[in-house]
Design a protein around this ligand. Structure first.
Ligand SMILES: [Zn+2]
Length: 548
């Protein structure tokens, strides 16, 4: 009887023990299943989840499903005895009472909400009024001492409305070392421009939209700007922020600048080439909005695989659970299901957790699997975690994040967003080459993707973070196929109700990315060294300060 039990239970374990680590990894990664990934996405992107918007029934359902899945995978609760971390947020719903109008020396230019401009306000104030607010053009709205660049130099913008260009001066400058060339720096992000305008004391800030510089079309600005916004709960009701933040279309901005005697295209060229000084436009902005808000709690969901001799050091995998909820109807559908954004990455992450648990031994470091909330509204869940970590940031060795994993099949490339930031690149390269794949630095680095998903929250506080997946070069069908598919997806699905699960999906690419990044994580969780930022990274100084 004893012999029988032993043979029945222990032969697989004995076999695993005899395997080399490479064989163990092979066995573990083979548990990653496309069928299960499809089940996860079908469930989480189902209409019953109502687009997984924080504070809704959709949230309740999502976090219940994630917790029960984490449990069934064998993850332990990662926040004491809970899988949840409470994230205090505020939801602000703005309404335009009187649309933006600009008073000229001889007349008035009326702007149409949505068609021409989008504005919102973070301030927890009921009435937001711009009354004859002097408008000032402030170049790119950037103060960057390391590039000897100050768009606000000699400008007085206190209590005024600034209008700034999208992205940063490096874009299309032809100079790779100037604001990182075509790759966006943090200075190019709208979040930065709003923060800087507030630091300068401006009353309002408007960004001139351009598809390339923003990295997305006007419809994306409209969809995210015209619905309720979510922010971390502030201590000062956001009195330190501009009254109004927003965007205007390129066409309308061009018209406005021509009315004050400037050619906008020419102006952009000049601003890029020289540290152009802004100017008072001699016109005034008027706008009336009302704000309603409610404070509410949302939740990050986190589980862990405890490590062994280095159990008090942590590797984080992340994939945000939230999406946009119910919004503007398009083609008869108002549920923004978020199947690719971010269902596929949730599936990727949960299958990686299974692979870790399929190894015959535990990793040396603890591995945390976290689904942050409120990413879509500005990396709020991961940002809250980074500022209120459960485990010390200085003991958090790395973050591996994913977002928008495309369902179009196996890719040869491993596209690394933020390539050149840290030596995690090298680990990804080593594992990619074992699989016959190659590293591709993100060809669309001008969109600033490194600052646009949850890994940035970790990077910001000094944790080396990587965002990598196959995206551009299909194994059988090549690059043109993926370009066409991705473009199709961006036009029809990105942040639209069309981001739905489809029967024909091929998730074998996501399976291979899970296998690859499981191996990268296994290496990170078991080596003696911490991953390091490269010398040129803007995040290196923050990390170094933690080890002084
Ligand atoms: Zn996303």
């Amino acid at each position: 009887m004893l012999y029988k039990t032993l043979s029945f239970l222990s032969i697989p374990l004995l076999l695993m023990a005899c395997q080399s680590e490479e064989e163990q990894l092979k066995t573990a990664e083979s548990v990653i299943s496309e069928v299960r990934m499809k089940e996860y996405v079908m469930e989480l992107a189902g209409d019953a989840y109502q687009g997984r918007k924080p504070f809704t029934q959709g949230e309740t359902k999502t976090i219940e499903y994630l917790q029960s899945t984490f449990k069934s995978i064998g993850l332990e609760p990662a926040n004491g005895d809970s899988y949840l971390q409470e994230v205090p947020l505020v939801k602000v719903r703005g309404r335009i009472e009187e649309p933006l109008s600009i008073v000229m020396p001889d007349g008035r230019m009326q702007m149409q909400y949505v068609d021409d401009f989008i504005t919102f306000s973070r301030r927890l104030e009921e009435n937001i009024l711009l009354q004859a607010s002097d408008m000032v053009f402030a170049g790119f709205g950037i103060v960057a001492p390391e590039y000897n660049w100050n768009d606000y130099k000699d400008l007085n913008v206190k209590g005024k409305t600034v209008i700034v260009l999208v992205n940063d001066p490096g874009l299309e400058s032809g100079k790779a070392d100037f604001f990182n060339g075509d790759a966006m720096t943090y200075y190019g992000r709208w979040t930065y421009k709003y923060e800087e305008a507030a630091r300068q004391g401006a009353e309002a800030v408007l960004i001139v939209h351009q598809d390339k510089g923003a990295g997305y079309p006007w419809s994306v600005v409209v969809n995210s700007g015209s619905t309720a916004k979510i922010y971390p709960q502030p201590e000062d009701d956001y009195k330190n922020r501009c009254k109004a933040e927003g965007w205007i279309t390129f066409a309308k901005a061009k018209e406005l600048f021509s009315l004050v005697g400037k050619d906008l295209e020419q102006l952009i060229t000049e601003v890029r080439q020289t540290a152009y000084k802004g100017f008072n436009m001699g016109v005034q902005a008027n706008l009336a909005m009302t704000n309603r808000w409610e404070k509410a709690k949302s939740y990050n969901v986190l589980g862990k695989i405890p490590g062994t001799d280095l159990a008090d050091e942590y590797l984080f995998y992340t994939a945000h659970w939230d999406h946009l909820g119910i919004g503007k109807k398009m083609d008869g559908d108002s549920i923004y299901n978020g199947a690719v954004d971010n269902g596929t990455s949730l599936a990727w992450m949960m299958e990686i957790a299974r692979a870790f648990n399929a190894m015959p031994r535990k990793p040396r470091r603890s591995v945390v699997i976290m689904a942050p909330t409120a990413e879509e509204s500005g990396l709020n869940g991961s940002g809250y975690y980074a500022d209120h970590p459960v485990y010390p940031i200085s003991k958090t060795v790395a973050n591996i994040n994913n977002d928008l994993m495309l369902p179009f099949g196996r890719c040869k490339d491993v596209m690394v967003t933020g390539y050149g930031q840290s030596d995690l690149d090298q680990l990804v390269r080593t594992e990619a080459e074992k699989k016959g794949r190659y590293i591709l630095p993100d060809p669309n680095a001008h969109t600033g993707m490194y600052y646009r998903s949850d890994h940035f929250s970790f990077a910001r506080v000094g944790v080396p973070a990587i965002f990598a997946r196959g995206n551009n070069d299909h194994w059988e069908k090549g690059k043109a196929y993926m370009t066409e598919k991705e473009q199709y997806w961006i036009n029809n699905c990105y942040h639209k109700p069309g981001d739905e699960y489809e029967e024909w999906w091929d998730l074998l690419g996501v399976v291979e990315d899970a296998q690859l990044l499981f191996r990268v994580g296994w290496a990170v969780a078991n080596t003696d060294q911490y991953p390091q930022w490269n010398e040129t990274s803007e995040f290196k100084a923050v990390r170094d300060a933690q080890f002084k």
